[in-house]
Design a protein around this ligand. Sequence first.
Ligand SMILES: [Mg+2]
Length: 295
Amino acid sequence: MTEVKLIEWIRRRAGTSRQMLKGIGDDCAILRPRPGEDLLFTTDLFVEDVHFRHATHSAAECGHTALARGLSDIAAMGGEPRFCLLSLAAGKGIGSQWVEGFIKGLLATARRVKCHLAGGDLGHGARTVADIVVCGAVPQGKALRRDTARAGDRICVTGALGAAALSLSEGHPLPPDPRLKEGVALRKLGATAAIDLSDGLSLDLHRLAEASGLAAMLDGPLPVCEGASLEQALHGGEDYELLFTMPKNARIPRSAAGTPVTAIGTMVKGRRGQVRVPGGVLEPLGYDHFRKPKP
Ligand SMILES: [Mg+2]
């Protein structure tokens, strides 16, 4: 397929919404926000041999995962997705058939969560790289942020931890399932702060605590996924569960949009960003692209 035909093929499948005055097919897409909404924007790189391998991930899985990573950020802010933009460079030897598979996987997920593909760019590169921009929306002033937790707030998490690290160690990585409905439910339940677990509990909790100018104390049993180790639950990345805080005296919900919720700790005054466990300090060992390996 030629690039022109491929873009036409994508345009016909991309879908549209009432807010989308113009999708694929002009120099820019046009979106008219609803009155009283704040818009959320996030961008995510999805790179061959860093985030996926052609040998272990199908084209459709790559399309799904590339979008799901961005959707998880929208979920973490309590938002609903509105549209996405995709820039895709196909690596050496990767043809239009793979690109079609990628787009099909992406659009199947996009349709399910009403996040329309509104534009993008296609090209070739030394390796396959996808960059996805996702735009979401929340009622004005209601976005869940990571810098608004308060001392005394309870720290909670959705679902079970360590599943992604376990599945990766077994050689069949799990496709992420972004917690969009859960994020909206937590916003409505009055969560005070939230972050998605993309890089592991130890690192993402450290980030939330640091942003809020507080320390965190882990004092409850963790919801470790069956078969996973405590290490995998604490430091394994890509679980894409939501880590959030609830006010001190609020009732902790048993579940959010059908997903179990577990209270695992408390935000406390102390060294900014420090994560404590009974009898010690938990180092943020989750995934960091720029951390130098230990000699
Ligand atoms: Mg995130």
